[in-house]
Ligand binder design. Structure first.
Ligand SMILES: [Fe+2]
Length: 332
């Protein structure tokens, strides 16, 4: 079947928006918003409807700056704040603590050098994952805005986990439904950079303890999906070896070519929003020691019935907020 004969690839109107599918089962490029002025509450409803239907939405050449990126994101829900992994030495690059630095430059705009902790940290982003599954209060949307894109490479690849799960045999789904996964940011860092992250620092461990979430969850459309990522370390009650085998079998299953899409960033101002509850994504290589890729992300907390997962301890005993250390204005 070619794209031209596939009705699923035809543009769809959602309120004031036109959504042009990028894949037969998920992801669309969206037009119809004027980002030069505040987005109306009415259009925000359309944005969320498009988001929940397509899982990944792409808005080209928005010309958003940090302020308007954050303001628009706040209209989608409560935002995460950046963790302070370096404790008292933590220096934030942006004026907004809701902006995660997902690029390859330091606070002075210089390229992060190969072999530094930050460089190794970014290696973990090249594993298939969903953002913030390692938080007990998980997040629903990520909104990544390009400020500088490399000439070649640096695509973000996405997987339609929702569709992949629905294609599974019923017996397999039944096996998976009772399972709870423990997600740990430091696990995915160790998988990607075993030496560097053998022993995370006290600040890192305190900022991001493990979190537990059901594997099979309900997607926004009411059907089932998987909540899975390279951050998943254990199936609760299973050995590490058995857990990792199942987790990677599932990640590999969900990221078969037929369920994935490689998204190219065209220019600064491109904004991509994805749904962490029903997709996975991964960073792809580019000349990271030669070219700047400046990407800034807001992350919207889930406010639905599965937002807090299956905590091991009562919620009020979970220490998940960044520990109280002030950011300093200059590098220590
Ligand atoms: Fe990510």
């Amino acid at each position: 079947m070619t794209a031209s004969t596939d009705a699923r690839m035809e543009p769809v109107k959602i309120g004031s928006l036109t959504c042009t599918p990028l894949h037969p089962t998920f992801a669309a490029e969206v037009t119809g918003i004027d980002f030069s002025k505040p987005v109306s509450d009415e259009q925000i409803k359309d944005v969320i409807a498009a988001q929940e239907r397509f899982g990944v939405t792409v808005y080209r050449n928005t010309a958003l700056d940090d302020k308007r990126h954050v303001e628009f994101s706040r209209q989608l829900g409560e935002l995460e704040h950046v963790p302070k992994f370096s404790g008292p030495k933590t220096v934030l690059r942006f004026a907004y603590t809701e902006l995660f630095d997902a690029g390859n430059t330091d606070i002075n705009g210089n390229i992060v050098q190969k072999g530094t902790r930050r460089w190794w940290y970014n290696k973990g982003n090249a594993l298939w994952h969903t953002d913030s599954s390692f938080n007990q209060h998980r997040s629903k949307f990520s909104a990544l805005l390009a400020h500088a894109v490399p000439k070649e490479g640096g695509n973000t690849n996405f997987a339609d986990v929702r569709h992949a799960f629905r294609d599974m045999p019923e017996e397999k789904k039944a096996e998976l439904r009772p399972l709870v996964l423990e997600h740990n940011l430091w696990h995915s860092r160790r998988v990607a950079a075993p030496d560097e992250y053998q022993a995370p620092t006290e600040y890192e461990l305190a900022a991001k303890p493990p979190a537990r979430h059901k594997l099979v969850q309900t997607a926004p459309d009411g059907g089932e999906t998987l909540f899975i990522a390279a951050h998943a370390e254990y199936v609760v009650g299973w050995s590490k070896e058995d857990s990792q085998k199942l987790i990677w079998d599932l990640i590999n299953y969900c990221t078969q070519p037929k369920y994935t899409l490689s998204l190219q960033w065209h220019q600064p101002g491109d904004l991509v929003i994805w749904d962490n509850r029903q997709t996975m994504h991964t960073a792809t290589p580019f000349s990271d020691q030669m070219e700047v890729r400046d990407m800034r992300r807001t992350t919207v907390f889930d406010d639905g019935p599965f937002a807090w997962g299956v905590p091991e301890k009562p919620i009020d005993q979970i220490h998940e907020k960044p520990i109280d250390v002030p950011a300093v204005a200059v590098p220590a």
